[in-house]
Design a protein around this ligand. Structure first.
Ligand code: FMN
Length: 344
Protein backbone atom coordinates (compact mmCIF):
# COMPACT_ATOMS: atom_id res chain seq x y z
CA UNK A 1 0.00 0.00 0.00
CA UNK A 2 1.22 3.48 -0.81
CA UNK A 3 -0.42 6.86 -1.22
CA UNK A 4 -2.07 7.45 -4.57
CA UNK A 5 -3.13 10.67 -6.26
CA UNK A 6 -5.42 9.52 -9.09
CA UNK A 7 -5.72 11.96 -12.00
CA UNK A 8 -7.17 11.90 -15.51
CA UNK A 9 -3.70 10.80 -16.70
CA UNK A 10 -3.46 7.80 -14.37
CA UNK A 11 -7.04 6.75 -15.14
CA UNK A 12 -6.58 7.12 -18.90
CA UNK A 13 -3.47 4.92 -19.04
CA UNK A 14 -4.35 2.60 -16.15
CA UNK A 15 -1.30 3.32 -13.97
CA UNK A 16 -0.85 3.92 -10.27
CA UNK A 17 1.10 7.20 -10.10
CA UNK A 18 0.95 10.47 -12.09
CA UNK A 19 4.67 10.37 -12.82
CA UNK A 20 6.18 9.88 -16.26
CA UNK A 21 9.65 9.41 -17.65
CA UNK A 22 9.60 11.12 -20.99
CA UNK A 23 11.58 10.20 -24.11
CA UNK A 24 15.35 10.61 -23.68
CA UNK A 25 16.89 9.32 -26.86
CA UNK A 26 18.42 12.53 -28.27
CA UNK A 27 21.40 11.29 -30.16
CA UNK A 28 22.12 7.83 -28.92
CA UNK A 29 20.69 7.26 -25.47
CA UNK A 30 18.74 4.11 -24.65
CA UNK A 31 16.12 4.27 -21.94
CA UNK A 32 14.76 0.73 -21.74
CA UNK A 33 16.11 0.22 -18.20
CA UNK A 34 14.75 3.55 -16.93
CA UNK A 35 11.40 2.95 -18.63
CA UNK A 36 11.09 -0.52 -17.10
CA UNK A 37 11.89 0.79 -13.62
CA UNK A 38 9.48 3.75 -13.85
CA UNK A 39 6.62 1.59 -15.14
CA UNK A 40 7.31 -1.13 -12.57
CA UNK A 41 7.17 1.56 -9.87
CA UNK A 42 3.66 2.50 -11.01
CA UNK A 43 4.54 5.47 -13.23
CA UNK A 44 4.80 5.58 -17.01
CA UNK A 45 8.20 4.83 -18.54
CA UNK A 46 9.08 5.55 -22.16
CA UNK A 47 11.38 3.86 -24.60
CA UNK A 48 13.18 6.29 -26.87
CA UNK A 49 14.50 6.60 -30.39
CA UNK A 50 18.14 6.02 -29.59
CA UNK A 51 19.83 6.83 -32.86
CA UNK A 52 18.16 9.09 -35.38
CA UNK A 53 20.99 8.47 -37.84
CA UNK A 54 21.33 4.70 -37.59
CA UNK A 55 20.76 2.62 -40.69
CA UNK A 56 17.23 1.11 -40.57
CA UNK A 57 18.10 -2.46 -39.59
CA UNK A 58 20.20 -1.32 -36.64
CA UNK A 59 17.66 1.34 -35.61
CA UNK A 60 14.85 -1.23 -35.57
CA UNK A 61 16.96 -3.66 -33.55
CA UNK A 62 17.84 -1.04 -30.92
CA UNK A 63 14.24 0.21 -30.64
CA UNK A 64 12.82 -3.31 -30.49
CA UNK A 65 15.40 -4.36 -27.88
CA UNK A 66 14.23 -1.53 -25.61
CA UNK A 67 10.56 -2.54 -25.97
CA UNK A 68 11.44 -6.18 -25.27
CA UNK A 69 13.53 -5.17 -22.26
CA UNK A 70 10.63 -3.29 -20.67
CA UNK A 71 8.14 -6.06 -21.49
CA UNK A 72 10.42 -8.66 -19.91
CA UNK A 73 10.84 -6.65 -16.69
CA UNK A 74 7.26 -5.56 -15.98
CA UNK A 75 3.78 -6.29 -17.25
CA UNK A 76 2.62 -2.74 -16.47
CA UNK A 77 1.89 -0.13 -19.17
CA UNK A 78 4.65 1.82 -20.88
CA UNK A 79 5.05 4.40 -23.64
CA UNK A 80 7.33 5.11 -26.58
CA UNK A 81 8.53 8.51 -27.72
CA UNK A 82 8.82 9.31 -31.42
CA UNK A 83 10.28 12.74 -32.22
CA UNK A 84 8.74 14.03 -35.45
CA UNK A 85 11.44 15.77 -37.46
CA UNK A 86 10.44 17.89 -40.45
CA UNK A 87 12.95 18.35 -43.28
CA UNK A 88 13.55 21.51 -45.31
CA UNK A 89 10.84 20.50 -47.85
CA UNK A 90 8.23 20.23 -45.08
CA UNK A 91 8.19 16.42 -45.13
CA UNK A 92 8.52 14.25 -42.03
CA UNK A 93 12.06 12.83 -41.86
CA UNK A 94 12.41 9.19 -42.80
CA UNK A 95 13.64 8.13 -39.37
CA UNK A 96 10.43 9.31 -37.63
CA UNK A 97 8.23 7.42 -40.11
CA UNK A 98 10.38 4.31 -39.80
CA UNK A 99 10.33 4.29 -36.00
CA UNK A 100 6.55 4.54 -35.87
CA UNK A 101 6.48 1.62 -38.32
CA UNK A 102 8.82 -0.47 -36.12
CA UNK A 103 6.58 0.20 -33.13
CA UNK A 104 3.33 -0.68 -34.93
CA UNK A 105 4.88 -3.83 -36.42
CA UNK A 106 6.18 -4.95 -33.01
CA UNK A 107 2.73 -4.51 -31.45
CA UNK A 108 0.96 -6.32 -34.28
CA UNK A 109 3.32 -9.26 -33.87
CA UNK A 110 2.87 -9.59 -30.11
CA UNK A 111 -0.54 -9.33 -28.41
CA UNK A 112 1.00 -8.95 -24.93
CA UNK A 113 3.11 -6.03 -26.14
CA UNK A 114 0.04 -4.58 -27.84
CA UNK A 115 -1.75 -4.41 -24.47
CA UNK A 116 1.26 -3.09 -22.57
CA UNK A 117 2.62 -0.46 -24.97
CA UNK A 118 -0.34 1.91 -24.67
CA UNK A 119 1.02 5.38 -25.39
CA UNK A 120 2.98 7.10 -28.15
CA UNK A 121 4.40 10.49 -27.27
CA UNK A 122 5.26 12.62 -30.26
CA UNK A 123 7.58 15.57 -29.89
CA UNK A 124 9.18 18.04 -32.23
CA UNK A 125 5.97 19.22 -33.91
CA UNK A 126 3.36 18.21 -36.50
CA UNK A 127 1.33 15.78 -34.32
CA UNK A 128 -1.33 15.70 -37.05
CA UNK A 129 1.05 13.79 -39.35
CA UNK A 130 0.93 10.66 -37.16
CA UNK A 131 -2.43 11.14 -35.45
CA UNK A 132 -4.49 8.72 -37.56
CA UNK A 133 -1.89 5.95 -37.51
CA UNK A 134 -1.59 6.18 -33.72
CA UNK A 135 -5.35 6.26 -33.10
CA UNK A 136 -6.08 3.51 -35.61
CA UNK A 137 -3.64 1.23 -33.76
CA UNK A 138 -5.64 1.79 -30.56
CA UNK A 139 -2.82 3.76 -28.92
CA UNK A 140 -3.12 6.89 -26.81
CA UNK A 141 -1.38 9.90 -28.37
CA UNK A 142 0.49 12.25 -26.04
CA UNK A 143 2.11 15.32 -27.57
CA UNK A 144 4.92 17.42 -26.14
CA UNK A 145 4.47 21.17 -26.58
CA UNK A 146 6.42 24.28 -25.63
CA UNK A 147 3.72 26.92 -26.01
CA UNK A 148 -0.02 27.38 -25.57
CA UNK A 149 -0.31 27.82 -29.34
CA UNK A 150 1.28 24.41 -29.91
CA UNK A 151 -0.97 22.89 -27.22
CA UNK A 152 -4.09 24.19 -28.97
CA UNK A 153 -2.78 22.93 -32.32
CA UNK A 154 -2.16 19.47 -30.82
CA UNK A 155 -5.65 19.35 -29.30
CA UNK A 156 -7.20 20.39 -32.64
CA UNK A 157 -5.24 17.53 -34.23
CA UNK A 158 -7.01 15.21 -31.75
CA UNK A 159 -4.26 14.19 -29.31
CA UNK A 160 -5.34 12.61 -26.02
CA UNK A 161 -3.01 14.51 -23.66
CA UNK A 162 -0.45 17.29 -23.90
CA UNK A 163 2.89 17.45 -22.12
CA UNK A 164 3.66 21.10 -21.43
CA UNK A 165 7.43 21.25 -21.23
CA UNK A 166 9.10 24.46 -20.14
CA UNK A 167 12.19 25.92 -21.78
CA UNK A 168 14.48 24.87 -18.90
CA UNK A 169 14.02 21.22 -19.93
CA UNK A 170 16.92 19.00 -20.98
CA UNK A 171 17.20 17.81 -24.57
CA UNK A 172 15.44 19.35 -27.56
CA UNK A 173 13.88 22.46 -26.16
CA UNK A 174 11.75 25.08 -27.88
CA UNK A 175 12.60 27.93 -30.20
CA UNK A 176 10.78 30.46 -27.97
CA UNK A 177 11.64 30.44 -24.26
CA UNK A 178 8.49 29.92 -22.17
CA UNK A 179 9.39 28.47 -18.79
CA UNK A 180 7.48 25.83 -16.84
CA UNK A 181 6.01 28.18 -14.23
CA UNK A 182 4.38 30.27 -16.95
CA UNK A 183 3.61 27.51 -19.47
CA UNK A 184 2.00 25.03 -17.03
CA UNK A 185 -0.96 27.16 -15.90
CA UNK A 186 -1.34 28.76 -19.35
CA UNK A 187 -1.78 25.35 -20.96
CA UNK A 188 -4.08 23.87 -18.31
CA UNK A 189 -6.35 26.92 -18.73
CA UNK A 190 -6.33 26.66 -22.52
CA UNK A 191 -7.10 22.99 -23.15
CA UNK A 192 -9.66 20.45 -21.93
CA UNK A 193 -7.51 17.36 -22.36
CA UNK A 194 -5.30 16.18 -19.46
CA UNK A 195 -1.95 17.98 -19.13
CA UNK A 196 1.40 16.73 -17.84
CA UNK A 197 3.95 19.34 -16.80
CA UNK A 198 7.63 18.82 -17.48
CA UNK A 199 10.87 20.77 -17.48
CA UNK A 200 12.64 21.43 -14.20
CA UNK A 201 10.80 18.87 -12.05
CA UNK A 202 12.94 16.77 -9.72
CA UNK A 203 10.93 15.95 -6.59
CA UNK A 204 7.62 15.99 -4.71
CA UNK A 205 7.53 19.79 -4.66
CA UNK A 206 7.50 19.86 -8.46
CA UNK A 207 4.69 17.33 -8.54
CA UNK A 208 2.66 19.30 -5.95
CA UNK A 209 3.21 22.52 -7.95
CA UNK A 210 2.09 20.85 -11.19
CA UNK A 211 -1.09 19.60 -9.51
CA UNK A 212 -1.70 23.16 -8.25
CA UNK A 213 -1.37 24.38 -11.86
CA UNK A 214 -4.32 22.10 -12.67
CA UNK A 215 -2.12 19.50 -14.33
CA UNK A 216 -2.62 15.74 -14.16
CA UNK A 217 0.97 14.75 -13.49
CA UNK A 218 4.62 15.41 -14.18
CA UNK A 219 7.21 14.10 -16.60
CA UNK A 220 10.94 14.13 -15.86
CA UNK A 221 14.03 13.46 -17.88
CA UNK A 222 17.23 14.66 -16.20
CA UNK A 223 16.22 13.38 -12.73
CA UNK A 224 15.96 9.82 -14.04
CA UNK A 225 19.57 9.80 -15.27
CA UNK A 226 20.99 9.90 -11.72
CA UNK A 227 19.26 6.72 -10.59
CA UNK A 228 20.41 3.27 -9.53
CA UNK A 229 18.45 1.70 -12.36
CA UNK A 230 19.40 3.97 -15.30
CA UNK A 231 22.48 1.96 -16.22
CA UNK A 232 24.04 5.09 -17.74
CA UNK A 233 27.82 5.53 -17.62
CA UNK A 234 29.03 6.53 -14.10
CA UNK A 235 30.77 9.60 -15.55
CA UNK A 236 27.42 10.86 -16.87
CA UNK A 237 25.79 10.43 -13.48
CA UNK A 238 28.72 12.17 -11.75
CA UNK A 239 28.41 15.10 -14.16
CA UNK A 240 24.70 15.50 -13.41
CA UNK A 241 25.42 15.45 -9.67
CA UNK A 242 28.19 18.03 -10.09
CA UNK A 243 26.23 20.44 -12.33
CA UNK A 244 25.74 23.97 -11.06
CA UNK A 245 23.33 26.72 -12.10
CA UNK A 246 24.59 28.29 -15.31
CA UNK A 247 26.49 25.19 -16.50
CA UNK A 248 23.90 24.58 -19.23
CA UNK A 249 23.68 26.04 -22.72
CA UNK A 250 21.44 25.60 -25.75
CA UNK A 251 23.12 24.43 -28.96
CA UNK A 252 21.74 23.62 -32.43
CA UNK A 253 19.98 20.24 -32.44
CA UNK A 254 18.27 18.18 -35.11
CA UNK A 255 14.95 20.06 -35.23
CA UNK A 256 15.59 23.01 -32.90
CA UNK A 257 17.85 23.91 -30.00
CA UNK A 258 19.04 21.30 -27.50
CA UNK A 259 19.78 22.16 -23.87
CA UNK A 260 22.85 20.42 -22.51
CA UNK A 261 25.89 21.00 -20.38
CA UNK A 262 28.42 23.46 -21.80
CA UNK A 263 31.73 21.79 -22.64
CA UNK A 264 34.29 21.55 -25.45
CA UNK A 265 31.73 19.81 -27.67
CA UNK A 266 29.14 22.58 -27.37
CA UNK A 267 31.89 25.16 -28.08
CA UNK A 268 32.88 23.17 -31.18
CA UNK A 269 29.36 22.92 -32.51
CA UNK A 270 28.83 26.65 -32.05
CA UNK A 271 32.08 27.30 -33.93
CA UNK A 272 31.09 24.93 -36.76
CA UNK A 273 27.77 26.73 -37.18
CA UNK A 274 29.50 30.17 -37.12
CA UNK A 275 31.97 28.97 -39.78
CA UNK A 276 29.06 27.96 -42.01
CA UNK A 277 30.01 24.26 -42.20
CA UNK A 278 27.60 22.11 -44.21
CA UNK A 279 24.55 20.49 -42.58
CA UNK A 280 25.91 17.04 -43.47
CA UNK A 281 29.24 17.71 -41.78
CA UNK A 282 27.62 19.14 -38.65
CA UNK A 283 25.09 16.30 -38.41
CA UNK A 284 27.79 13.67 -38.75
CA UNK A 285 29.94 15.36 -36.11
CA UNK A 286 26.96 15.69 -33.75
CA UNK A 287 25.97 12.03 -34.07
CA UNK A 288 29.49 10.97 -33.09
CA UNK A 289 29.58 13.53 -30.25
CA UNK A 290 26.34 12.16 -28.73
CA UNK A 291 27.74 8.62 -28.92
CA UNK A 292 30.91 9.68 -27.11
CA UNK A 293 28.81 10.49 -24.05
CA UNK A 294 26.53 7.46 -24.06
CA UNK A 295 29.14 4.86 -25.00
CA UNK A 296 32.29 6.20 -23.37
CA UNK A 297 30.98 8.60 -20.72
CA UNK A 298 33.07 11.36 -22.33
CA UNK A 299 31.21 14.31 -20.86
CA UNK A 300 33.99 16.77 -21.83
CA UNK A 301 34.15 16.08 -25.57
CA UNK A 302 30.66 14.72 -26.18
CA UNK A 303 27.22 16.33 -26.44
CA UNK A 304 25.20 15.70 -23.31
CA UNK A 305 21.55 16.85 -23.21
CA UNK A 306 20.67 17.87 -19.65
CA UNK A 307 18.10 20.18 -18.06
CA UNK A 308 18.75 23.16 -15.80
CA UNK A 309 17.30 21.03 -13.02
CA UNK A 310 20.63 19.16 -12.85
CA UNK A 311 21.81 22.04 -10.66
CA UNK A 312 19.42 20.81 -7.93
CA UNK A 313 20.13 17.07 -8.23
CA UNK A 314 22.74 15.93 -5.74
CA UNK A 315 21.98 12.30 -5.05
CA UNK A 316 21.42 9.03 -6.87
CA UNK A 317 17.94 7.71 -6.12
CA UNK A 318 16.27 4.35 -6.62
CA UNK A 319 13.36 4.71 -9.05
CA UNK A 320 11.42 1.94 -7.26
CA UNK A 321 11.34 4.15 -4.12
CA UNK A 322 11.45 7.55 -5.77
CA UNK A 323 8.21 7.33 -7.79
CA UNK A 324 5.86 6.26 -4.95
CA UNK A 325 7.91 8.41 -2.54
CA UNK A 326 7.33 11.72 -4.33
CA UNK A 327 3.61 10.99 -4.65
CA UNK A 328 3.27 10.34 -0.91
CA UNK A 329 5.32 13.45 -0.10
CA UNK A 330 3.37 15.63 -2.55
CA UNK A 331 0.12 14.56 -0.86
CA UNK A 332 1.59 15.60 2.51
CA UNK A 333 2.83 18.94 1.16
CA UNK A 334 -0.59 19.75 -0.28
CA UNK A 335 -2.42 18.69 2.89
CA UNK A 336 0.04 20.65 5.06
CA UNK A 337 -0.50 23.85 3.13
CA UNK A 338 -4.27 23.67 3.62
CA UNK A 339 -3.71 23.67 7.38
CA UNK A 340 -1.61 26.86 7.19
CA UNK A 341 -4.31 29.09 5.73
CA UNK A 342 -5.83 31.62 8.13
CA UNK A 343 -8.55 34.24 7.80
CA UNK A 344 -7.21 37.34 9.48
C1 FMN B 1 19.43 13.03 -22.15
C2 FMN B 1 18.10 13.54 -22.64
C3 FMN B 1 17.65 13.10 -23.88
C4 FMN B 1 16.41 13.55 -24.34
N1 FMN B 1 15.94 13.07 -25.54
C5 FMN B 1 14.67 13.35 -25.94
C6 FMN B 1 14.09 12.71 -27.05
O1 FMN B 1 14.69 11.87 -27.72
N2 FMN B 1 12.80 13.05 -27.39
C7 FMN B 1 12.09 13.96 -26.65
O2 FMN B 1 10.92 14.21 -26.96
N3 FMN B 1 12.62 14.59 -25.60
C8 FMN B 1 13.87 14.29 -25.21
N4 FMN B 1 14.38 14.85 -24.06
C9 FMN B 1 13.51 15.73 -23.26
C10 FMN B 1 12.72 14.92 -22.22
O3 FMN B 1 11.77 14.10 -22.83
C11 FMN B 1 11.96 15.81 -21.22
O4 FMN B 1 11.04 16.61 -21.94
C12 FMN B 1 12.89 16.71 -20.43
O5 FMN B 1 14.01 16.01 -19.96
C13 FMN B 1 12.14 17.33 -19.26
O6 FMN B 1 12.92 18.26 -18.60
P1 FMN B 1 13.92 17.90 -17.38
O7 FMN B 1 15.16 17.40 -18.03
O8 FMN B 1 14.10 19.21 -16.70
O9 FMN B 1 13.25 16.86 -16.54
C14 FMN B 1 15.62 14.45 -23.58
C15 FMN B 1 16.11 14.88 -22.34
C16 FMN B 1 17.33 14.44 -21.86
C17 FMN B 1 17.81 14.91 -20.52
Amino acid sequence: MSTRIPTRFTEMVGIRHPVMQDGMGSGSFTTGAIAAAVSAAGGLGSVSVADLWAEPKKAEKVFRAQMDFVASHTDLPFAANIPIGIDYTGDVIESSVQHLGYLLDARRADSALEKQLRVVTTSGGAPDRFRDAIRDAGLLHFCKVGSTRQALHAVRAGVDLVIASGYEMGGHTHSKPVHTFVLGPNVTEAVDVPVIVSGGVRDARGLAAALCFGADGVAMGTRFIATEESGWHPAIIERVLGAKEGDDVTFPGVYGPIRGLRNQATDTIERMVAEGRSDEEITEWKAAAFRRVQDEGDVLNGLFPTGQVASGIDSVVRIADFVPGIVAEAAKILAGLTGRAIDA
